[in-house]
Write a protein that binds this ligand. Structure first.
Ligand code: PAP
Length: 328
């Protein structure tokens, strides 16, 4: 295990891992080519400190039937959908007082915690009783690694996927921001190689996406499968599906008074990225809020990758997703 470097966000520091995690690490395959060491646990790659949170939430998280869980691979649009879900689920409370809306002063990641990062961060068992029902959480855990209670309960899951080449570029830019000042930048070619080997945080991407795609095909009432590109193209149509799926359908008045339009405006890339909290704030995990707002565009990979890099990702995705019925 590599020691923590100065200037690293708390999120990446490796000193603070539980005994259970410490005992497990030597038996796991380790990847050193990412900006931090990654360990392969139950088929997916994570840094040790996140692995600690995964073990804790797998052991201790007790899902409730009313919970809502947003599931994404990193850089698939998590921040955007966290904001939208938060607005939809809390719309009754803030409908008359939008100028006091929590999203104006808090980053979506501080309002909607990742199960394996914030609640179990730095402690073995987190007290989640302070969360009002319906509780809204997010996770980068793929379907097979979810805590048993999530699968056994009646809670709702929303999965968001994104074009793998855009996801890879977004991941590359983010990883380079997150690296310690003492570490050199990762070239894009290395990130593409890691992506195609599946050896990046929460990778392999193809397995991550397929787990929830399969679950949504088998249990459409429990898992809603969305695509970032569809949401960018027609956000209204796709966001309107959410309240019905979550069991809190829009009322007649809300359908007439532009509730969804208001939520989409508030959660748009331009609105969120212009807020002071998202320009200069820090998350409780130590990450800078502005890192989560880069461009938010579809097809941005074309501005960075060579044709060969793009074809390499296409080839591996086609091969690994063959027969799944899903194309990205
Ligand atoms: P996470 O999984 O680590 O939480 P996530 O939010 O999925 O990160 O990824 C950030 C991406 O979402 C960035 O994409 P880009 O690098 O291609 O630009 C970011 O710009 C984009 N994003 C953030 N907020 C929004 C938004 N409101 N609308 C659309 N895209 C957004």
């Amino acid at each position: 295990m590599t020691p923590s470097r100065p200037h690293q966000p708390k999120y990446l520091q490796e000193d603070d891992i539980s005994q259970k995690c410490r005992n497990l690490l030597p038996s796991l395959p380790c990847e050193k080519r990412w900006i931090t060491s990654l360990y392969q646990y139950q088929g997916f790659w994570y840094p040790p400190n996140v692995l600690k949170g995964i073990l804790a939430c797998q052991d201790h998280f007790r899902a409730q039937d009313t919970d809502v869980l947003l599931i994404t691979a990193p850089k698939s649009g998590t921040t955007w959908l966290k904001a939208i879900l938060f607005c939809l689920l809390n719309r009754a409370e803030f409908s008359g007082s939008m100028q006091h809306h929590p999203l104006l002063t808090q980053n979506p990641h501080d309002l909607v915690p990742f199960l394996e990062i914030q609640p179990f961060f730095g402690q073995e068992i987190s007290n989640l009783t302070s969360f009002a029902s319906p509780r809204l959480f997010a996770t980068h855990l793929p379907y097979p690694l979810l805590p048993a209670s999530v699968k056994d309960s009646g809670c709702k899951m929303v999965y968001l996927c994104r074009n793998p080449k855009d996801t890879c570029v977004s991941l590359w830019r983010f990883a380079n921001k997150m690296r310690s000042k003492a570490t050199s930048e990762m070239p894009l070619g290395e990130c593409v190689d890691a992506f195609c080997r599946g050896a990046h945080p929460a990778g392999p991407y193809w397995d991550h996406v397929q787990g929830c795609y399969k679950a949504s095909s088998e249990m459409p009432e429990r898992v809603l499968f969305l695509r970032y590109e569809d949401m960018k193209e027609d956000p209204h149509v796709h966001v309107k599906r959410l309240p019905d799926f979550l069991g809190c359908p829009l009322g007649k008045q809300e359908l007439m008074d532009g509730t969804v339009d208001g939520i989409l405006r508030m959660c748009s890339f331009d609105s969120l990225s212009a807020l002071e909290v998202n320009k200069s704030g820090k998350l409780s995990t130590g990450l800078e809020t502005e890192w989560f707002f880069r461009k938010g565009e579809v097809g941005d990979w074309l501005n960075y990758m060579t044709i060969e890099m793009g074809e390499k990702i296409d080839r591996v995705m086609q091969e690994k997703m063959h027969g799944s019925g899903l194309t990205l």
